[in-house]
Design a protein around this ligand. Structure first.
Ligand code: G1P
Ligand code: ZN
Length: 543
C-alpha cells in the first residue's frame, strides 16, 4: 500500500475551543480541512507507530465522510490498530472508556456535542489522550499552533472501509477493528452500579422516560433502561440517532427539551425523566413538576455517591467548574472533602481525576462524572441518581429539598446571549475587566459588589496556569454574577451570564428562579452596559 505525502496549505481558523474544534459543516467540508486538522493532531503526538487509536462519533451529518478521511490518514501514519465504533458511532463517554480499556494512545471523537447537526449545522473534532481525557491545555495549544504551519499530510489510497460489520480488516500494517458501540460501555456501567438494585425500582413500578433527542445515546439507553433494567418498552424516546437529530437541538435543558419539561408539568408525568445531549456526555433530570438544577445535582451526588458500594471509601475530593453554583461547596465542607474550583471545560478536571485528588466533578451545563472515566457521562449520572433513589428509598424531589433545608437553596441560572458580534462581545468583556478595581463598593439596584476579579487557575497537579477564565462579581458570600464568553460556538460570540443567589428562608424555596434572580439579572445588564454595547436586552436562552 503506497503512503503518500499530500501538500497542503494551513487554515488559520483551526484553534481549539472549550472542547476541541467546532465549526459549521460548510467550513469542515473545505478541501483538506479535516485532513489538515487530524494530521496536526498526530504531529503533536509521540511514539504512536504500531499503537492503538480509537475513532468514534455521535453520528451527526458528515460523521461518515470524516471517518473515512481520518481512517486513511491514520493508516498512513502507521497506527497499528484503529478501533472504530460500529457505523462510526461511539458516545463521548463510551469513547473515553474504550480508549482506556484497549490501551489506546488516544481517540478522535467526532461531535459538536449539543450543537445542532445536519448540512447547515455544526461539526466538531476532539482528541482525548491515553487516559480518555480531553486533550489538556498544553496539547490543545500545541495542536492549534501546528494547524497554522502544516504543509503536508500523509494518506493512503484506500477504498472506503465497511464499518457496518463487527470484526477486523487489515490494511498494510494497520488492523481496523470495528467494535460494538454499546457493549463495552454497558458492561462497565454494570460493574459500577448494582443493576439488580436499580431494577427493583422499575419492578416496583417506577415510571420513567428518557429522551435521547435523536442523538447518540438511543442505543445505549434502550439496552440499559429498557432491556436490562426493565423500564417499559418505549420509555426511551427519540431513540434512533439521526444525522440531523430529526431537527431537534440536542441540548437537554429547559429551552431545547421543552417538550419533556412540559410533559413533566402535566398529570401524566412519569416519576423520573431524563435526557442526554448529542454525544451523550450531558444529562438532565426532572421529576413531576420539579426540575433538578445541575448544580444542585452535583451537591446531591457529592452527598450520596458513597452510598453506592462502588464508591464507598473512594470519595477523595470533588471539583466544580467556577460558573457552577456554590451549592456543592457546603456539602464538601461538611463531608471534609478536598474541594477544587476549575475553569469551564472538562479538560481541567483531567489532572485532578488522574492524580486521584477528586472522585467526582461537575458543571452547571448539565455535566457530571467521576473517576470511572475522564469525560462527563450523561447515562452514568442518571444511573447514579437511580442508584441513590434505590439506596435511600427517597424521591428526586425529597432528596433535593432536604439539601435546601440543610444549606439553603442556591438559585442558579445561566442567561446566554447568542449570536453577538464578536467585536461587541470582546469590547464588553474588556470594559468589565478594566473596571474591576473600581467595582467593589458599587451598589446597583440595591446589590453591593464586594469583590470583582477575573478568574485565574493554577492546576494543583501540573502547575499549568489558565488566565482570563471569566469575570466574577461577588455580592457578599451568597450572591454572585459571572460573565464569560463561550468557547464552543462555531460563529459570532455567545456571552454567558451566570446568576447565583442562596436563599435560606424556606418560605422562598418555591419562588420561580426567574423571580428570585430578577434583580440580579437586571444588575448584570446594567453593570455590563449590555444594551449599549451589544444592542441586546433579552437573553436568547435561559437554563
Ligand atoms: C459549554 C459549557 C461548558 C461545557 C462545554 C462543553 O462551554 O458552558 O460547561 O464544558 O460547553 O460541553 P462554553 O460554550 O460555555 O464554552
Ligand atoms: Zn456533549
Amino acid at each position: 500500500m503506497d503512503i503518500t505525502a499530500i501538500k497542503t496549505e494551513p487554515y488559520t481558523d483551526q484553534t481549539l475551543g472549550t472542547s476541541g474544534l467546532r465549526k459549521k459543516v460548510s467550513v469542515i467540508k473545505q478541501q483538506n480541512y479535516v485532513e489538515n486538522f487530524v494530521q496536526s493532531v498526530f504531529d503533536c503526538l509521540e511514539n504512536f507507530e504500531g499503537k492503538t487509536l480509537v475513532i468514534g462519533g455521535d453520528g451527526r451529518y458528515y460523521n461518515d465522510r470524516a471517518i473515512q478521511a481520518i481512517l486513511k490518514i491514520a493508516v498512513a501514519n502507521q497506527f497499528g490498530r484503529i478501533i472504530v465504533g460500529q457505523n462510526g458511532i461511539l458516545s463521548t463517554p463510551a469513547s473515553s472508556h474504550v480508549i482506556v480499556k484497549y490501551g489506546a494512545v488516544g481517540g478522535i471523537i467526532l461531535s459538536a456535542s449539543h450543537n445542532p447537526g445536519g448540512p447547515d449545522g455544526d461539526f466538531g473534532i476532539k482528541f482525548d489522550n491515553e487516559h480518555g481525557a480531553p486533550a489538556p491545555q498544553e496539547l490543545t495549544a500545541k495542536i492549534s499552533a501546528r494547524t497554522r504551519t502544516i504543509d503536508h499530510f500523509w494518506t493512503v489510497d484506500l477504498p472506503d472501509v465497511d464499518l457496518s460489520q463487527i470484526g477486523e480488516q487489515t490494511f498494510g500494517n494497520t488492523v481496523i477493528q470495528v467494535i460494538s458501540s454499546v457493549d463495552d460501555y454497558v458492561a462497565y456501567m454494570q460493574e459500577i452500579f448494582d443493576f439488580g438494585k436499580i431494577k427493583k425500582l422499575f419492578d416496583n413500578g417506577l415510571t420513567f422516560i428518557y429522551d435521547a433527542m435523536n442523538a447518540v445515546t438511543g442505543p445505549y439507553a434502550v439496552r440499559i433502561f429498557e432491556e436490562i433494567l426493565g423500564a417499559e418498552k418505549g420509555s426511551v424516546i427519540h431513540a434512533v440517532p439521526l444525522p440531523d437529530f430529526g431537527g431537534l437541538h440536542p441540548e437537554p435543558n429547559l429551552t431545547y427539551a421543552k417538550h419533556l419539561v412540559d410533559l413533566m408539568y402535566t398529570e401524566n408525568a412519569p416519576d423520573f425523566a431524563a435526557a442526554s445531549d448529542g454525544d451523550g456526555d450531558r444529562y438532565m433530570i426532572l421529576a413531576p413538576s420539579f426540575f433538578l438544577n445541575p448544580s444542585d445535582s452535583l451537591a446531591v451526588l457529592t452527598q450520596y455517591l458513597d452510598t453506592i458500594p462502588f464508591y464507598k471509601g473512594r470519595l477523595t475530593g470533588v471539583a466544580r467548574s467556577m460558573p457552577t453554583s456554590f451549592a456543592v461547596d457546603a456539602v464538601a465542607t461538611d463531608k471534609n472533602l478536598p474541594f477544587y474550583q476549575t475553569p469551564t471545560g472538562w479538560k481541567f478536571f483531567g489532572s485532578l481525576l488522574t492524580a486521584n485528588k477528586i472522585a467526582l466533578c461537575g458543571e452547571e451545563s448539565f455535566g457530571a462524572g467521576s473517576f470511572h472515566l475522564q469525560e462527563k457521562d450523561g447515562i452514568w449520572a442518571i444511573l447514579a441518581w437511580l442508584s441513590i433513589l434505590a439506596e435511600t428509598g427517597k424521591t428526586v424531589e425529597q432528596i433535593t429539598r432536604e439539601l435546601w433545608q440543610k444549606y439553603g437553596r442556591v438559585f442558579a441560572m445561566l442567561q446566554s446571549y447568542e449570536g453577538l458580534d464578536a467585536t461587541d462581545a470582546n469590547t464588553l468583556m474588556a470594559r468589565l475587566n478594566t473596571q474591576l478595581p473600581t467595582l467593589p463598593g458599587t451598589s446597583i439596584q440595591g446589590e453591593t459588589i464586594t469583590e470583582a476579579f477575573n478568574f485565574a487557575y493554577t492546576d494543583p497537579v501540573t502547575g499549568e496556569i489558565a488566565q482570563n477564565q471569566g469575570i466574577c462579581l461577588l455580592f457578599g458570600t451568597d450572591t454572585r454574577i459571572v460573565f464569560r464568553l463561550s468557547g464552543t460556538g462555531s460563529s459570532g460570540a455567545t456571552l454567558r451570564v451566570y446568576l447565583n443567589k442562596r436563599i435560606t428562608d424556606p418560605t422562598h424555596f418555591d419562588d420561580a428562579p426567574a423571580d428570585a434572580l430578577a434583580t440580579l439579572a437586571e444588575v448584570s445588564r446594567i453593570v455590563s452596559d449590555l444594551k449599549k454595547l451589544t444592542g441586546r436586552h433579552t437573553p436568547t436562552t435561559i437554563t
